[in-house]
Write a protein that binds this ligand. Structure first.
Ligand code: RFL
Length: 416
C-alpha cells in the first residue's frame, strides 16, 4: 500500500475533531479524519447536552448551528436543593442574559458530520489510528488499517489516553485529581421534560437531573469511589433519585433506564497541548467532571482556536501561533477545572464526615447556595462562568493555499 499524505491528520471525529476538520476544510487546508467508531455508533453515543452561550454563538456565526438553534431549548435557571429548601439560581438574569442551549451531543455530532460532508469532506469511519511516529523531518506518520498516512500536522482529538498524546515525550501527562467518590450516570425515559437542571446536596450523597430531550433525562447519583454499576438495580436507582432530588408534583418521573454506568470522577490537564507537529484538542488534553457541563464546550472552544492557529502557521506568517494556542487553551482549561471543582465542593459533603456532622456541613452549603443565587458579585461570577457568557477567544481562520506533499523518511518526532 503506498502511503497517503495530507496537511492535517485529525484523529477522532468527536466535537473537537469535527469542528476543527470543518474549519480547516473551509480554509482550503487538506485534512484527513480517522474515527475508530462506525458512523452509526458515533451518532448514537449519548453524552453531553448542555451547551454554553458563547459556544453556540460561535457555532452559529460559522453557520454550524442551524438545527441546534431550531430544535434546541434555552435554559437560564437551575435549582439547587439542600435541607429541603429548593433554591432557584436565575443565572440567565444574574449573568446579564447568557443562557445555555440544551441539545444532545449525538445530534450536534450528526449535524457536524452532515455539514462537513456537504462541503465535500470525507471521514474514515471504523478506522482507528493505531500509532503515531515521525519521519526524518519530524513530520507525523500515522499507522492505520489502510496503511500509512503522512501529514504536516497530526491533531489528537480522540479523547483521553489517545495515540497522539502517547507520542509526546511526557505522554501529555499533567496534574490530575481523582475525587473520593464516583457518579452513577443514568439516561432514563421520563414522562415530561426536565424544566431546569437540578442539583441535590444531600446527607446521603449528591444527585443531579439534567435535561436532554422531551422524553429522555440525564441523572447522576454520587456513589462510593470504585462502585460497580451491578450494585444498582433499576428500582434502587429510581428510589434514590426520587428521594435525594425530592422528586414530586410537576417533576418528571424516571421510568425505563436506557443506559447506566459509573463515571470515575477525575480532573486532568496535560502540561502541553503541543509537541512540535503534534497537537491536542478537547478531552485528549484535559478531562473535567460533568458537574459544570464543560467538557464538550471546552472541546469546541479548543478546536475553534486551533483552526485559526494552524492556518496562521501554515500561511507562514506567525511562527508563534501554535504556542499561542497552547497557552490560551491551557489557561482556559485551568479556569474550567477550577469552576467545576468549586461546584463539586459545593455539591458534595467532605469525604468521611461522621453522620452527626453532616447537618452542619449541609447548613454551610445552603449559605453558599443562597449567596450564588442572590444578585451581587458572587452570583454574577458563578452565573457568567456557568452559562459561558461572553465570546470565545478564537484566532481568525485564514485561507491557506495547498502546500506540497511532505518528503518521506523515518525518525523520532522533533519539537518545532
Ligand atoms: P470525544 O467526544 O470523546 O471524541 C473522541 C473521538 O475519538 C475517537 N477515537 C479514535 N478515533 C480514531 N483512532 C483512535 N485511536 C481513536 N481513539 C478514540 C472516539 O471513538 C471518539 O469518537 O472527544 P472530544 O471531541 O474532545 O469531546 C469531548 C466531549 O465528548 C466530552 O468532554 C463531553 O461529552 C463531556 N460531557 C459533557 N460536556 C459538556 O460540555 N456538557 C455536558 O452536559 C456534558 N455531559 C459529558 C456529559 C460526559 C459524560 N461522560 C459519558 C463522560 C455527561 C456524561 C455522562
Amino acid at each position: 500500500m503506498s502511503p497517503r499524505s495530507t496537511t492535517v491528520a485529525i484523529v477522532g471525529a468527536g466535537p473537537a475533531g469535527l469542528v476543527l476538520a470543518h474549519l480547516l476544510r473551509r480554509a482550503g487546508v487538506d485534512t484527513a479524519v480517522h474515527e475508530r467508531l462506525t458512523r452509526a455508533e458515533l451518532e448514537r453515543a449519548a453524552r453531553a447536552g448542555v451547551l454554553e452561550h458563547r459556544v453556540v454563538e460561535h457555532l452559529r456565526g460559522l453557520g454550524l448551528a442551524d438545527r441546534l438553534v431550531a430544535e434546541g431549548e434555552r435554559h437560564g435557571r437551575c435549582e439547587i436543593v439542600c435541607l429541603g429548601e429548593r433554591v432557584t439560581v436565575d443565572y440567565g438574569a444574574l449573568s446579564g442574559g447568557a443562557r445555555h442551549w440544551v441539545y444532545p451531543q449525538q445530534s450536534l455530532v450528526r449535524d457536524l458530520i452532515a455539514a462537513y460532508e456537504a462541503d465535500g469532506g470525507t471521514i474514515a469511519f471504523g478506522s482507528p489510528v493505531a500509532a503515531v511516529a515521525a519521519d526524518g523531518t519530524g513530520r507525523p506518520v500515522l499507522r492505520t488499517a489502510e496503511g500509512e498516512l503522512r501529514a504536516e500536522y497530526a491533531v489528537g482529538c480522540e479523547g483521553a489516553h489517545g495515540v497522539v498524546a502517547a507520542a509526546f515525550p511526557d505522554r501529555a501527562e499533567g496534574p490530575a485529581r481523582r475525587y473520593p467518590y464516583d457518579w452513577l450516570t443514568v439516561l432514563a425515559r421520563i414522562d415530561r421534560p426536565v424544566a431546569a437542571v437540578r442539583y441535590a446536596v444531600h446527607a446521603d450523597g449528591f444527585a443531579g437531573m439534567m435535561p436532554r430531550t422531551a422524553d429522555v433525562g440525564r441523572f447522576y447519583l454520587e456513589v462510593p469511589a470504585g462502585e460497580r454499576v451491578e450494585e444498582w438495580a433499576p428500582e434502587r436507582i429510581r428510589g434514590e433519585l426520587g428521594r435525594r432530588l425530592g422528586l414530586g408534583g410537576a417533576d418528571p418521573v424516571p421510568g425505563e433506564l436506557l443506559e447506566t454506568g459509573v463515571l470515575r470522577m477525575r480532573g486532568r490537564v496535560a502540561r502541553r497541548m503541543r509537541h512540535g507537529r503534534l497537537l491536542l484538542a478537547g478531552d485528549a488534553a484535559h478531562t473535567v467532571t460533568p458537574s459544570g457541563a464543560k467538557g464538550l464546550n471546552s472541546a469546541v472552544a479548543d478546536a475553534a482556536d486551533l483552526a485559526g492557529a494552524l492556518t496562521a502557521d501554515l500561511l507562514g506568517g506567525d511562527t508563534g501561533a501554535l504556542d499561542g494556542y497552547q497557552r490560551r487553551r491551557l489557561e482556559a482549561a485551568w479556569r474550567t477545572q477550577e469552576f467545576s471543582d468549586r461546584l463539586l465542593d459545593l455539591l458534595h459533603l467532605p469525604a468521611g464526615l461522621p453522620p452527626e456532622q453532616r447537618e452542619f456541613a449541609l447548613r454551610l452549603r445552603l449559605e453558599r447556595i443562597r449567596r450564588i443565587a442572590a444578585p451581587g458579585p458572587e452570583g454574577a461570577d458563578f452565573a457568567r462562568a456557568y452559562a459561558g457568557a461572553g465570546q470565545l477567544t478564537a484566532a481568525p481562520v485564514g485561507a491557506v493555499p495547498r502546500p506540497a506533499a511532505p518528503p518521506p523518511s523515518d525518525a523520532a518526532v522533533s519539537p518545532g
